[in-house]
Structures are given as structure tokens and as C-alpha cells.
Design a protein around this ligand. Structure first.
Ligand SMILES: *Cc1c(COP(=O)(O)O)cnc(C)c1O
Length: 350
């Protein structure tokens, strides 16, 4: 080995879901929204002046922050925006998790948490979910250097009642508790209302799922202004211009169209409830989902075989080849037409 090779940081990266190329495929593998973004977003792109790209974007993303403040009834110094919630959460790990004590997050949960912990050399412990895939709040009542969990959890889809989320926050007022609400708009209850009560709470959300803008990379955190200031200090020590101008402008437009947002989210919820019925009839079992996906296992057929057969037919779902998850499929809720094609195929195959 050469000397410089010994200095290379070695990490095991997060593996994103496949982005297959070509038309005529049904993509139910990365929890994207099957509907386009708001028409206001289209209008704003059509009217955008490309000459403005000469200039650096607003480093504090004011138009977007203002739109979010109005929508969520927060102050401007209580919101931090970033390049997808992955950026916001990575920045939060760097900012808030600086203890010798371990950070706690569930096993099973969003697999990126462990990747960031390893990248930033943050010690961590991962309490296991119970046999029904539920987070046991008592597992988070011990000494720690910070806590993060998704609610609803991913990839299980299970929502933890707000009273239990609050119990975890209340028991941990010495550390920062991050609630990753990537899927909260699909029926759960947000912890954002607790921000005034707990200064150690950070709530993170994204435009990638409920707001149909995964490709624009927009995420944000809401919390006490001291937490937000600390996040900004780290951001400005790293890269001032993280969010590009179109993302700022188009994100603000999306937030303004509440009517469209509610309609599309409602459609997905209706399709999901129907999917629960159909998948049960087809012999699948799954924890009750409050997200835009269902984490399902079949009573007889192996998940991997179903995954491969679907793939053959250009229907993509997510399969995790890892212990405890390897007999499950994570199926994103698509349009009704896409879901019908899925059921049709499964009916024949099973
Ligand atoms: C999708 C997802 C994210 C990341 O979303 P981006 O905003 O697209 O970076 C974060 N956490 C969870 C649990 C997710 O499912």
C-alpha cells in the first residue's frame, strides 16, 4: 500500500434505489410522488430568466424560507433549508452530534443514519424494533449523545403516536432529538407543534415525497432559533451556496399551492388504502403504513423471487437484501393505473 492510500477516508456509502432508464416502466422503488409538481412550479420555470444564473443564489434562501414560515407558522430564524433533507440531516449530524456518548437511532430505520455516523466518526447504538416493527420509546430513555428517528419510520411505514414522540423528547432534554418527518404528510401528525415547548427538538421534512420535487432537492428543518443558528454556522463553514436559485424559487411556488398539495396527497392516501386491501387479498402481510409505500411480505412466495419477476416485467419495487428485511418488498404507491398493473401481474404470478 502506498503512503497516501493510508490517508484515504474509507466509508461504506449509502446505496440509493435504482433509477432505471427508458419509458414504459412502472417505478415503485424510491418513494417518489407519481404526480407532477404544482402547476405554479411549471409557470415559474416557464417565466424564469436564465440570465439570473450568472449570479450566485441567495445564500439564505429567503423566498423559500419565507414561504415555509408562512405555511408552518414559524419565524424566519426557526427554519433552515437545504439540498434535500439528506443535506439537512447530514448537516445536523455534524452540528448536534458531538458527544463521546452514542447517538441513538432504531434498527430498522433509514440506512443513511449509520452512514453519516460512520463518516463523521460519531459513536452510535441502534435499539432494535419490537416484533411488530414498533419503536420502543423506553429504549431511548438512557444516556446518549443525541437521538434521531423517522416518523413514520422507514422502510416499515409505521407511525408512532405524537404522545410517544413527546415522551422521547421530554426524557432527553440534555440532547438534541431529531424527528425525520419525510412521510408525515401522508396521514401522520407532525411534531412541529412541540417546537415551542422543547428547545432540543428539530423536525426535518422534505419536498421529495409529498410535494413531488425529489429532483429539485429541497429539505428543511424547523426548531428553536439556537438550533437553527448552529446549523447555519456549520453550513456557512462548509459551503454558503448550497441551494441553487431555481430550487429556492420553485420550492416557494410549491408551498404556495396548498390546494394542489392536499389534492395529490389525498389521492395517494386513497390509493394506499385500496392497496392495503388488494395486497391482503393477494396474500401479503405488512405493518400498517402511514406513508406513500407499503412494506410487505408474502405468506408463501419469497420476496426476492417476486422482486425479480416484477423487474422482468419492468415493474420496479425496492428489495433490501439484508438480514431481517430480505423477505420484504417496499412498494411505493403509484397512480391507480400503475397499481392495477401491479395487482394484475401479482394475481397471475402468485
Ligand atoms: C426520502 C427520505 C429522506 C431524504 O429525502 P431527500 O429530501 O430527498 O434528501 C430522508 N429521510 C427519510 C426517512 C426518507 O425516506
Amino acid at each position: 500500500m502506498k503512503a497516501w492510500q493510508a490517508n484515504i477516508r474509507t466509508v461504506t456509502p449509502y446505496v440509493p434505489g435504482e433509477q432505471p432508464k427508458g419509458g414504459n416502466l412502472i417505478k415503485l422503488n424510491t418513494n417518489e410522488n407519481p404526480y407532477p409538481p404544482s402547476p405554479l412550479v411549471k409557470k415559474a420555470i416557464d417565466e424564469m430568466d436564465y440570465d439570473t444564473f450568472r449570479k450566485y443564489p441567495d445564500p439564505s434562501s429567503t423566498v423559500l424560507t419565507k414561504a415555509l414560515c408562512e405555511y408552518y407558522q414559524m419565524e424566519e430564524d426557526e427554519i433552515f433549508v437545504g439540498v434535500g433533507s439528506d443535506d439537512v440531516i447530514a448537516m445536523s449530524f455534524l452540528t448536534f452530534f458531538n458527544s463521546e456518548k452514542p447517538v441513538l437511532f432504531p434498527d430498522v430505520s433509514y440506512s443513511f443514519y449509520q452512514v453519516w455516523a460512520e463518516l463523521f466518526h460519531i459513536p452510535f447504538e441502534t435499539p432494535v424494533l419490537n416484533e411488530h416493527f414498533l419503536i420502543r420509546k423506553e429504549d431511548y430513555y438512557k444516556e446518549n449523545g443525541g437521538i434521531i428517528f423517522p416518523n413514520p419510520n422507514a422502510p416499515t411505514g409505521v407511525f408512532m403516536p405524537l404522545s410517544e414522540v413527546e415522551d422521547i423528547i421530554a426524557h432527553n432534554q440534555e440532547s438534541v432529538v431529531i424527528v425525520d418527518e419525510a412521510y408525515i404528510d401522508f396521514g401522520g401528525e407532525s411534531a412541529a407543534g412541540l417546537i415551542k415547548k422543547y428547545e432540543n427538538l428539530l423536525v426535518v421534512q422534505t419536498f421529495s415525497k409529498s410535494r413531488s420535487m425529489a429532483g429539485m432537492r429541497i429539505g428543511f428543518a424547523m426548531g428553536n432559533k439556537e438550533l437553527i443558528r448552529a446549523l447555519n454556522d456549520v453550513k456557512y463553514s462548509y459551503n454558503s451556496y448550497t441551494m441553487n436559485m431555481p430550487a429556492q424559487v420553485l420550492g416557494a411556488e410549491a408551498v404556495k399551492d396548498d390546494c394542489y398539495f392536499r389534492q395529490t396527497v389525498e389521492k395517494i392516501i386513497t390509493t394506499r388504502e385500496k392497496a392495503k386491501e388488494r395486497l391482503s387479498e393477494l396474500g401479503f402481510v405488512f405493518p400498517d403504513s402511514m406513508t406513500n409505500f407499503i412494506f410487505a411480505s408474502h405468506k408463501e412466495k419469497k420476496a426476492e423471487d417476486i422482486y425479480l419477476a416484477l423487474r422482468e416485467k419492468q415493474i420496479f419495487v425496492r428489495y433490501f437484501k439484508q438480514p431481517r428485511l430480505d423477505n420484504y418488498l417496499r412498494i411505493t404507491i403509484g397512480t391507480d393505473e400503475e397499481m392495477e398493473k401491479l395487482y394484475d401481474f401479482l394475481e397471475k404470478f402468485l
